[in-house]
Ligand binder design. Structure first.
Ligand SMILES: [Zn+2]
Ligand SMILES: [Zn+2]
Length: 403
């Protein structure tokens, strides 16, 4: 990966040196400074609508908690549409970037870069209005990517009507600004959550023989569950089981009656996912038997895997090469174990999800969702231009007339 980073030329023409770039920077800073969390994106949607109004782009919006769906008619309104998607929501948490445009909303932050994605899409709208595309382009500003799968809301709001293909991108520090990652096939993992509730028997800390210690049972389970991955799945089929939250006990001299473990599973193959889900139930049954405790598990299915479709991926790659040159378009060797609700769109229409490098070469990479995450704003021009190009190219290669 370092080799790929070194290859970025400092002279390629990705910076929009015009008023539009300045506008995108201030727009992104406004979004960044005023984050709203899943399904509460009222002011964010209001600002997007103001920008679409300014551009004369028609839109649908059913109110707070819904998607803003901009519709650019293009030269031939009888063609199928190409979709471009951005997310509106921030995350719970307090930002630590120290930026002048840091969040002014306590406990809310744009630590996943969705502020940048919205600005990019508005940038693309500017370019598409300036020079009309061959056919319709649908701009989807969806709520709640982080929690709740707002993509499903956007679909219910009618975002995918007569659509031939859909594209989205995500900023990341895994690559430097000027690089775009395009990968065919699996891009992000399936996510699932689970909660394990252990019920033992409370008692005095000095009299263990009268109690069933829920903390000892949970300690056993926490380590035992790791063997599902390390001993039971093929090392070439990526999967992660994480216990991220443990709750038990009330005092040093009281044996805990109850314990609760919350965890997440990321998997890349349905059969591996199935094995892990069954394995969790099997181990829980065995631990209950072993320790004479009652243990229950409940699952909540998360987002399905994002699988890029080959023809759409080809269009995304061609648009990226056209924009930043062959040497700056990279294909990750492995899928990400993160998850993305873009997968819901891909259940209905083919498409591709890319990543935009958003870090200057001398920056220390910071992961998404970190309160310290921020972007190199030059990526805004790259994203805007990428979306503009991918929409035009997809019209040429993938869209037909609506029957
Ligand atoms: Zn995120
Ligand atoms: Zn995100």
């Amino acid at each position: 990966m370092n080799e790929q980073r070194e290859r970025v030329s400092s002279t390629h023409p990705y910076i929009l040196q015009d008023g539009l770039f300045n506008r995108l920077v201030s727009l992104r800073r406004w979004f960044h400074q005023h984050p709203e969390i899943a399904f509460e994106e009222a002011n964010t949607a209001g600002r997007i609508i103001a920008e679409l109004d300014r551009l004369g782009v028609a839109y649908d919006y059913a109110g707070v908690g819904h998607a803003v769906i901009g519709r650019i008619a293009g030269q031939d309104a009888g063609r199928m549409a190409i979709g471009l998607r951005a997310e509106m929501d921030g995350l719970p948490g307090n930002e630590s970037t120290g930026a002048v445009y840091a969040s002014v909303n306590p406990g809310k932050m744009h630590a996943c870069g969705h502020c940048a994605h919205m600005a990019m899409l508005i940038g693309a709208a500017n370019l598409l209005v300036r020079d009309s595309p061959p056919g319709p382009v649908t701009l989807i500003f969806q709520p709640a990517e982080e929690r709740g799968g707002g993509a499903r809301t956007a679909i219910a709001d009618g975002a995918l009507g007569n659509m031939a293909a859909i594209f989205a991108g995500h900023v990341t520090h895994e690559y430097v600004t000027g690089q775009i990652m395009v990968r065919d096939g699996l891009v992000t993992a399936q996510s699932d959550r689970f909660v394990i509730r252990i019920r033992g028997k409370g008692g005095h800390g000095a009299r263990p023989h009268e109690a069933i210690d829920a903390i000892v049972v949970s300690g056993f389970l926490i380590t035992a569950l790791q063997t599902l991955v390390s001993r039971e799945t093929n090392p070439f089929h990526p999967v992660v089981v994480t216990i991220g939250k443990v709750r038990a006990g009330s005092a040093a001299n009281v044996i805990a009656e109850e314990a609760e473990l919350e965890g997440s599973i990321r998997s890349s193959k349905p059969e591996v996912r199935k094995h892990i889900l069954h394995g969790l139930e099997r181990m829980i049954g065995a631990a209950a038997e072993l320790h004479n405790a009652k243990i229950e598990i409940s699952f909540a299915a998360g987002y399905p895997p994002v699988v890029n479709e080959t023809a759409a991926t080809g269009v995304a790659r061609a648009a990226a090469i056209d924009l930043i040159g062959d040497g700056n378009v990279v294909a990750a060797e492995f899928p990400s174990m993160g998850s993305e609700d873009f997968s819901f769109y891909l259940e209905h229409v083919r498409g591709a999800f890319v990543r935009f490098g958003a870090r200057q070469p001398d920056w220390e990479p910071i992961p998404l969702h970190s309160p310290a995450f921020d972007i190199d704003e030059n990526v805004l021009a790259i994203g805007a231009r990428f979306y503009d190009r991918v929409a035009r190219l997809a019209h040429d290669r993938l869209a037909t007339h609506v029957n």
